[in-house]
Design a protein around this ligand. Structure first.
Ligand code: 4NP
Length: 153
């Protein structure tokens, strides 16, 4: 069983969508893989995903159910692949470990339409359109992430 962790800042907007989309695709494809998510900040610990993340998941038929939690140092050993949503999240999570970082990635390294961009933009202070944009970007990146994980097995 491969374990995948999605990381963002608050763990209420982007990374819970990553977790939900990944688990939905993995279950539809019958893959032996499971995703979780965590945040680099603790502001929203214990909260459900943002209502706009819940809505965009519902619109696309993806079940979403997560309680925000903070990234902890043990996560670096527990997960096989850890995907950060943006460059700041990547730096923040990397600074928490002195161990091996070969399994840490920016999610958009797997986005075939990235055009050199590395960040899934933080949609928290914007409107619903930003959440639809995040959904598309994250879903597209996960398709290639799954190909990558399958190829490494
Ligand atoms: P996320 O979005 O990192 O995608 O969960 C955010 C959620 C909350 C805040 C910032 C970003 N905040 O500043 O509270």
């Amino acid at each position: 069983m491969k374990k995948i962790l999605f990381v963002c800042l608050g763990n209420i907007c982007r990374s819970p969508l990553g977790e939900a989309i990944f688990n939905h695709k993995a279950s539809m494809m019958g893959l032996d893989m499971v995703a979780d998510s965590a945040g680099t900040a603790a502001y929203h610990v214990g909260e459900q995903p943002d209502h706009r993340s819940i809505e965009v998941a519902r619109v696309h038929g993806v079940p979403i159910n997560h309680k925000a939690r903070k990234l902890i140092v043990e996560d670096f050993d527990r997960f096989d692949y850890i995907l950060a949503m943006d460059g700041q999240n990547f730096q923040d999570m990397k600074s928490l470990t002195t161990g091996n970082t070969d399994h840490l990635f920016l999610l958009r390294e797997f986005d075939q339409d990235a055009n050199g961009k590395q960040d899934v933009p933080d949609p928290y202070y914007g409107g619903y359109d930003g959440f639809e944009n995040v959904f598309q970007m994250v879903s597209r990146s996960i398709d290639q992430l799954i190909v990558h994980i399958e190829a490494e097995k």
